[in-house]
Design a binder for this molecule. Structure first.
Ligand code: ZN
Length: 329
């Protein structure tokens, strides 16, 4: 099926702003030199960084989704409550940043169940969203989706449809889709389609390494040309240039982790003001897409994620929104 040209939506498209709440020493790049057994011996910086982010979001009038590690929530319950009190969505990033594609289904289920219950107990709100550590859901472990659904999750934002050495599923749909047979939505990281490739346009190291205007042009293209919302993500340690340096990390990890940390807050400010932002559940679960209704081909659902189970989402691999006809083509 082919993507059709779309007219621009009437107002600005609202994108989803997301934060993966973990400390600087818990990232995948340092997993080989900072063992989990040592985590409790390292002075945490995540809470102070999250408080700065909460201030920045409040000043910009932005509400966001905080995908939070259970390990972090258990040690920083006050921070979790401040996130909720400020009107942000509390969501799960798994317990201790173990890659989902290294777990078996039973271990994965225990991990995401424990995390959800911990977050809900502390935050006092239902937790419906999940993001796998290091975007570690892909072709090898699609079984994770029904497990997430069985464990009470309504959506996942765990696939990055790009080529990358640590993760990626380049042939996955670029927009929200329901993995075969389920009611759970996967909402992939945003990409820009160029010359037959998906280029990353969702944040992370790329946002700090590349010029801001390039990123802005990419997200504008997704919003205006494709008429659909994007997903942006970053980490609390990215706004923290004073974090201690991990000595044993390789050059590639150091480049990705440390470049332009001092510029991140300023760039984030521009981003917050250049686009409209909201929580994942507000952007993708509760509101109609600003565009895309009835477009995108025969299997395109209404463009509204709610109500679920309206009988039109049962035909296997559903995708929401428009412009996905070029994927894999
Ligand atoms: Zn993470």
């Amino acid at each position: 099926m082919s993507a059709r040209a779309l007219t621009a939506p009437p107002g600005p498209v609202r994108n989803a702003m997301t934060v993966d709440v973990e400390d600087y020493f818990q990232v995948q790049a340092f997993a080989h030199c900072v063992p989990r057994a040592d985590w409790d011996t390292i002075a945490p910086r995540v809470e102070a960084n999250v408080d700065r982010i909460l201030e920045q979001f409040a000043e910009a009038g932005v509400r966001a989704t905080f995908f939070t590690l259970g390990w972090i929530a258990a040690r920083h319950p006050g921070m979790v409550r401040r996130i909720v009190a400020a009107g942000h969505e509390l969501a799960s990033h798994g317990w201790d940043h173990t890659r989902a594609d290294t777990q078996d289904p039973a271990t994965f289920r225990a991990d995401i169940g424990r995390t959800r219950r911990t977050l809900e107990d502390i935050g006092g709100v239902p937790v419906r969203g999940y993001r796998a550590a290091t975007f570690s859901i892909g072709a090898r472990n699609l079984w994770a989706f029904p497990v997430l659904e069985a464990e009470g999750y309504r959506y996942s934002s765990s696939i990055n449809p790009i080529r990358h050495d640590l993760y990626g599923m380049p042939d996955a749909p670029r927009g929200p889709f329901r993995p075969e047979g389920g009611t759970l939505w996967e909402i992939p990281m945003t990409t820009v389609r160029l010359a037959g490739h998906n280029l990353p346009c969702a944040g992370g190291g790329y946002f700090r390494l590349l010029p801001y205007r390039l990123f802005r042009a990419g997200l504008q293209r997704v919003n205006r040309t494709e008429g659909r919302p994007g997903v942006f993500y970053f980490h609390p340690w990215e706004i923290d240039p004073a974090q201690p340096r991990v000595a044993d990390a390789g050059w590639k990890s150091r480049l990705r982790h440390y470049t332009n940390l001092d510029r991140m807050s300023g760039r984030l400010d521009r981003l917050l003001h250049d686009f409209a932002w909201g929580r994942m559940d507000q952007v993708f679960l509760n509101t109609p897409f600003p565009c895309g209704r009835g477009t995108g081909g025969g299997d395109g659902p209404s463009g509204v994620m709610e109500p679920a189970g309206d009988g039109r989402h049962k035909a296997g691999h559903d995708e929401l929104g428009a412009g996905h006809g070029d994927v894999g083509g």
